[in-house]
Design a protein around this ligand. Sequence first.
Ligand code: FDA
Length: 389
Amino acid sequence: MHHPTIILGAGAAGLMAAAHAGPGTLVLDHAKAPGEKIRISGGGRCNFTNLYAGPENFLSENPHFAKSALARYTQWDFIDLVARHGIAYHEKTLGQLFCDGSAKEIIAMLLAEMEAAGADLRLNAPVAEVTKSPDGFAVILQSGERLACDRLVVATGGKSIPKMGATGFAYRVADQFGLRVTETRPALVPLTFGPDVLALTKPLAGVALPARVSCNGASFDEALLFTHRGLSGPSILQISSYWHETDSIRVNLLPDRDVLGALKAARAENGRRAVGTALAELLPNRLAAAWSEAQGLSGQLANTPDTQLSGIADGLADWELTPAGSEGYRTAEVTLGGIATEGLDSRTMQAKTVPGLYFIGEAVDVTGWLGGYNFQWAWSSGWACGTAI
Ligand code: FDA
């Protein structure tokens, strides 16, 4: 059967494109339900965009590429859509917007928009292969069934969470049509550490505190969480997108405190107290105890001169540690990298050398920070493509 447009992938980007690509559009997905990542996102409440979303919140070989789509379909456009569908939402923190109820409302909204636009959805339809045909493209399903279309949109996402159906299929299609794919890596992912760091962090599993984590010129002030395998929490997930093997990261455990001033004041107030006791007023108790033990801080404040207090403050402000690795695609929220943007038209997402072939969403080398930015890219790139078709 011949369709004007076939969209591969009923995720965030594919559904958004389908709502704008015109009647007769067919969306194919190998999953048994559409928008599975939307459903589980944001702890089931979907952090669907960010009030402050802008091009600076995205990583790409070409930081300018995302600008056009992000400017033409903004977070305000998506917020309007959410409001028109009567979906209640709230800002959780740092501009992050979540549904009050359930992420399923966002999926229902996208399906309603898609249906109103005259597009059809076919699930349980794994795509095995696509080829160029004289009048467009052929899409061959794993069942052997052959579909045809004038325009083909690849919205099959990245490699993160293979258990949920992520395949890296888009990269294969890009490769087949001669489009370059950048190096891809798991991102927004917890970092793992070797035995030396784990000796300190493992017993602290579950402890969380606000921290500043920096690496390769990027810095994030968000929560840090100790885990059995190393470190996680928003600040670590954010920095994982900037970290490469062998790089060290720097952690400021008390970014908003004058630690030296606080320790001096504690000493003036009651010099008989142990240094660790004073630290417990600044840090979570378990961390203060573990840190004191690891650093050999067993003495009383009165016996701790300024130079030593200063060393303690510096150590807490600049804890340098080298991750052994990351938890990988098994838990990564996104794939960093993807289809190189030089091969795509930034207004339409169409491949420059293959008229009629489009790539959108996470498959493209545009990766957002944690906080609703990745969905915003899916909405913006999906809209740019859908309206151009
Ligand atoms: P997406 O992965 O959503 O969709 C791709 C679709 O293609 C899938 O439905 C898949 O089944 C299908 N497919 C793949 N290969 C196929 C094949 N060969 N044949 C047929 N179909 C195929 N972002 C954010 O902004 N806010 C948030 O709160 C979160 N939370 C979050 C939590 C978790 C646990 C994860 C893993 C990710 C997030 N994200 C997020 C990231 C966000 O989910 C992600 O960036 C978008 O879903 C990407 O949208 P796409 O449509 O590009 O891919």
